[in-house]
Design a binder for this molecule. Structure first.
Ligand code: G6P
Length: 366
């Protein structure tokens, strides 16, 4: 058992530490050219003709889809919709020829996602599977498959498969942008260079240790509610951080677009509430900072994920620092302290993080 966990106390912790490799393997031979991405799995004609993309997925994979949406729309200027598979399949979706539907499923076996993919295909859409498992059902139900290469994930709460999925969404967005001619060479080169640095950044961050995260966990592990806030690509990171905490620590969480806080969640804040804010460098950072001030004046406790070198001073009670990267790629780094925070809190509460109650790794029923 100990050997299987490679010296780590749990599979989840081992898998969190395998994330640099998961990204490195996933992008490796696809980022050989300095100014572009190769995805021979996908036909250039198909990409050139795509008018609309719909991403369907469940759970953590859905959050990877949300991040993909920002990247595809920003870089390739193709409209993207995202939907949880169980909603998509039952809303008689308007989908057909000319649409590309991307089903993201690490296991390749999630029933709702498979059903959504099949429905889209029946109606004439082209379906792409993004999965971690060779030969899984999703690969058989799709017109093409782009594999994540995270290696087998055992912990029920997805970690390394998530960063690998996000990496695939970036690859897809970059490939699409290149084929469509929507990003100049310089920006493409910059993004490919930054993406290739991510495994190093993850490794460096994990090597620095988790002292700060442990401290934050110690302070808040007995709380009964956490709010997560983010904007732009920071929003899906917040959603994923909140899901991780809820899944393994059984603490109630809410995750919200920071700009929507004033329309509801702000009423939940009191002196005790920990509010996790994704506040890494981005064009919307100023807006995020004003949300942090709104939280602070209510006496709640801001735990911010910030970029190295940024001085958010008094805005956050606690800062979890992540390396600098391109703002669009930041989710690959920003999610990691949130995984670790959820992990540490669950351990302090004495819970079985690898097999949380009521959850299954693969959900093959409705
Ligand atoms: C389950 C797992 C989650 C996962 C979701 C979707 O709920 O506990 O970790 O994100 O299924 O799984 P998939 O295999 O389709 O990515």
């Amino acid at each position: 058992d100990a050997a299987e966990k490679g010296g780590f106390e749990t599979f989840m912790l081992k898998e969190i530490h395998e994330q640099a490799d998961a990204v490195a393997e996933t992008i490796a031979d696809r980022t050989v050219r300095p100014d572009g991405v190769d995805l021979p799995e996908l036909d250039d004609e198909l990409l050139r003709g795509v008018k609309r993309i719909i991403v369907v997925a469940c759970g953590t994979s859905y959050h990877a889809g949300l991040i993909g949406r920002y990247a595809i729309e920003e870089w390739a200027r193709v409209p993207v919709e995202t939907d949880v598979a169980s909603e998509f399949r039952y809303r008689n979706p308007v989908v057909g020829p000319g649409d590309v539907v991307i089903g993201i499923t690490q296991s390749g076996e999630t029933l709702d996602t498979l059903a959504a993919m099949r429905l889209a295909r029946e109606r004439g859409a082209t379906v792409i599977a993004v999965t971690n498992i060779m030969g899984s059902q999703a690969t058989r139900d799709a017109d093409a498959t782009v594999y994540t290469r995270a290696g087998l994930e055992i912990g029920v709460a997805a970690t390394k498969t998530f960063v690998a999925q996000v990496a695939v969404m970036y690859l897809l967005a970059l490939r699409l942008a290149e084929v469509k001619g929507t990003l100049d060479d310089e920006r493409r080169t910059e993004l490919v260079t930054r993406l290739k640095r991510i495994p190093h950044d993850i490794g460096a961050m994990l090597e620095r240790g988790t002292e700060k995260i442990d401290l934050v966990a110690e302070r808040h592990y007995a709380k009964d509610f956490f709010l997560y806030l983010g904007r732009h690509v920071g929003l899906p990171v917040g959603l994923e951080g909140a899901l991780k905490l809820k899944e393994i620590s059984y603490i109630a969480t809410d995750a919200y677009a920071a700009g929507e806080m004033k329309h509801g969640p702000i009423a939940l804040l009191d002196q005790d509430t920990p509010v996790v804010v994704v506040a890494t460098d981005s064009p919307v950072l100023e807006k995020v900072i004003s949300n942090m001030q709104e939280v602070r004046v209510r006496g709640a406790h801001v735990i911010a994920v910030v970029s190295e070198g940024a001085d958010l001073g008094e805005h956050a009670a606690e800062a979890l620092v992540v390396p600098q990267t391109d703002w669009m790629l930041q989710p690959l780094l920003a999610v990691i302290p949130l995984q670790l925070l959820a992990y540490r809190i669950a351990r302090l509460r004495g819970l079985n993080v690898d097999q949380p109650r009521n959850l299954a790794k693969t959900v093959t029923v409705e």
